[in-house]
Each structure stands twice: as structure tokens, then as C-alpha cells.
Design a protein around this ligand. Sequence first.
Ligand code: SF4
Length: 349
Amino acid sequence: MREAEPHLKDFSIERLRTRFAADGIEPWRAEQVAGWLYARGVEDPAQWTDVSAALRDRFANAWQRRALEWDAVSVSADGTVKGRLRARDGALIESVMIPEGERNTLCISTQVGCPLACSFCATGALGFTRNLGVAEILDQVCRMREKLAPEQRLTNVVFMGMGEPLLNLPNVIEAVRVLLHPKAFALGPRKITVSTAGVVPKIATLLQSVPVNLAVSLHAPTDAVRDVLVPINRRFPLAVLFEALRALPEVSVRRPIFFEYTLMQGVNDSLDDARRLVRLVRGLPSKLNLIPMNAHADAPYRPPHEADVARFAAVLVGAGLTVTVRRPRGADIDAACGQLAARGARPAA
Ligand code: SF4
């Protein structure tokens, strides 16, 4: 297959209709194709039984339909599955499926590496190679769904893997549209969360374009510490970030902002830090996810003491905030937050 051929998964259904019309294909075929590719997960046009033979040949010969292949897979003792997937140019991308009761949450990547270089993050230590295309974002969902048991279904997608989603915003928005479309993945808007380290100028565009949850990787309540942990804070410091967040009309009690806060021993886990955090988010509809740091080779930080995590959380709860302490998932296979670095998994079966 030549690279110049267009990729069916590079288009939202709306844009595929326009493209089909320009190519002399009935626009409603876009929904039909989405049904096969995404709802049924069938990529071979030979099996698209309600499509004419001539059109099946055309899709088989003139369009690409698969962007990622399996490179490796690891399964954690807690059931978390990490997939390492290979793009056409050889780039390796990681995605993580996290089963939790009825819920199966898939964490997907948006870039190869990441330019933001957060100092506690294994992806940041890789540097940045390139943005992922829409098809490469969506194919993570297609491939990882293959690892679910027949009785399981994908319920949630979080854009929290490798890369900063808002630095690849047009492709993220296009992919979200496919995740939401009733003929494609048919996920509900509250089931999709897009995370940012704080690319302030792009946040409003995201929420105006697609009805997703917003997560902000906060990790520190002062500029002095956040400048080190999340260096984009030097461009968009906390005052600028929170002024922008408070101005978002989409944010409400029913649609709060999720703040991610990775606790690191002696860095950002003191009671004073907890009180500063309370002052920072006061009055802003929000939910706080506390994530005890996972140890990994590239980070100079250590996991917090359990007692400190409990005390930190108690301050937030005492101030009336909604707080979750996230259990580390998949830490034994380097699939937990901040550990994705596309290395060290066994080859896929
Ligand atoms: S934490 Fe996110 S934004 Fe920061 S370097 Fe890692 S992948 Fe990039």
C-alpha cells in the first residue's frame, strides 16, 4: 500500500462524507464505512457485505484502513494491559487498557514522545519526535479493543498517554468526533477525557469544539515547584492557567475540571502544599485525583509515604473538595502514569 493513498481513519465521519462526495462516492457511505471500521472492527473491505463489489475493490485498493500493528503486549498482575504499537514509519506508541469492574478505560497517546519534558515523566525524557495522525490515534482504540474479552466493552477513553494532546489539537478533535459518533464508537461525551499540562491558549478551543471532560495535570500548587515539575508553567504560570480555567463557560458543577496531582515525597506532599492547593481551586467546579508517584528509572523523585498521602487528602476533603486517591495501576509493567516510554515489553503473541 502506497503512503500517498488516503486513510479512511484519518477523517471524522462528517469530513469523510465531504471527501466521498468529491470522489463521486455517495456521502452516506461514510456512516456505512464507520460502522464496519469502528462499531464492528472489520478492516477488510472484502467482508463489508452491504457494500457493492466495485466499491469494496475501490476501498481495498485506493484507501488505507490500518495505521498501527502490534509490537508488544504486557499484562499486569492487576489486569491492566499495556500495548506497544508500531506505526508505518516504525515509531512506537503505547496505550494502556485499565479494567475496573464494569468499566474498561483506555489511555491513549497523541504524540511520539513529548516536547514538554516534565521532570517526573518517562515520556518527557524521550524528547519529541512527531504528532500522531488521526488514524494513529484511533487505531490505538481499534487495536487495544482486540484485547478485551467478548463480554467486555470499552467504556471510557482518556487522552493521557504519551504526548501533550493540546499540541496536536486538530487531530485530537477529529479523533474525538469519531469516538463520539453513534455509527462509530458511540461513546458518551462524559466518557472521554482530554488532559493537558497547561497549554492555556488551546483549552477554550478544545471545549468549544467537542463536549469532553477536561483534565489538567497540576502536580504543584506553587510556581516555584511547578516550574521544575511541569516546565510549561514558566510560559503559562498558575495565575494565568487558573484565570483561563475560571473563564471557561463550559465548566460547571455537572462538568467539573479534573485536576491530576502526582504526589512526590518531600516535593509537593506537605500539609502546606495541600492548603495552597485548596486556595488555588476554591470556587472552581473541580475533582482532584491524587496519584502517589510511581518509581521509574528516569525520575529523580520518590513515592510519598502512605501516611502523608492520607493527611494530604484529609486537608482537601476537610475543605469540601471532591478527592480520589488513585491506586497505581499496571506499575509492574511500567503502564502507570508517567511511565510510558515504549520500551521493555515482550513481543506480541
Ligand atoms: S507528563 Fe504529559 S505533558 Fe509532561 S512530559 Fe509527560 S507526556 Fe508530556
